[in-house]
Every structure is written in C-alpha cells, then in structure tokens.
Design a protein around this ligand. Structure first.
Ligand SMILES: [Cu+2]
Length: 141
C-alpha cells in the first residue's frame, strides 16, 4: 500500500460520515420539534387558553389595523390574549423574539403569559406600522 491510499480512504470516510451525519441531525431536530410540540400542548402551560383562569388576564383587541389598547401594564404572571376583531389578518411578534403568533384571522386569538418584568415591544409582521407594548411591573395595577 502506498501512503496515498489511506489518505484516499480517510477522505471517503469523511464524506461518508457527513452523508450519515446529516439525516441524524435532521432526525434530532425533528425529535426536538416533537418534544417542543408535546410540551407546548400540555395542559397547564401558559400558552394553553384553558389555563387563562389560573392567573391574572388581560386582553388586547386588533381592529382598524391597531392594537387596542396599544400599551398595557400588567403584573408578572399575567396572560395577555390578543383577539382579532376585523377581517384583516394580523400577527403579534415581539421585537426581541420572546413570543411570536401565527397569522391571527378574524375572531381568532393568541395568548402569552408574561412572567418576567420588563417592556415588551411588539408589532404585526404583516403591518409593521401596527405596534404595541406590554409593560410588566410587579407594582402594576
Ligand atoms: Cu396586521
């Protein structure tokens, strides 16, 4: 055997390894996604609308391309529910990526429970001029 042959084999093994590795990471990503789906659909978690009565609640309407009220102040642990009142579809997207709704059609809603104090600026990704803010403060209310 010449020196060149093992090198050649190594190169083959590497490309083979990459080929094997790729589906594995896809499978792992899928498993993580499934786990995440299972967790978020577990009753009792914040995003479950059935859990809305467990803590303080607040609601924001979406109408006339506006979040109403555009700014609300709540205590930590409050579940805020956005309800779309008009035919125009909207989304609720936190600018710092803490939460993000799917497209909310008329009469549909999205909820998020705010556990940490802070200012949460959000907008509608379909109409970026449509903005709102949730202020979470322990001394609110
Ligand atoms: Cu919108």
């Amino acid at each position: 055997m010449t020196v060149r042959d093992p090198k050649h084999l190594t190169a083959n093994a590497t490309s083979l390894g990459l080929r094997i590795c790729k589906p594995q990471s896809v499978r792992r990503a899928l498993r993580v996604t499934l786990l995440f789906t299972a967790l978020t659909s577990t009753p009792g978690l914040a995003e479950d609308p059935n859990n809305a009565g467990a803590g303080p609640v607040a609601s924001v309407s979406m109408d006339h391309n506006t979040f109403i009220p555009s700014e609300i102040t709540v205590v930590p642990g409050t579940t805020v529910t956005w309800v779309n009142k008009e035919d125009m579809p909207h989304t609720v997207v936190h600018v710092n990526k803490g939460f993000r709704s799917k497209t909310i059609v008329k009469d549909a809603q999205f909820s998020f429970t705010f556990t940490a104090a802070g200012d949460y600026d959000y907008l509608c990704s379909i109409h970026p001029n449509m903005k709102g803010k949730v202020i979470v403060r322990p001394d609110a209310g």
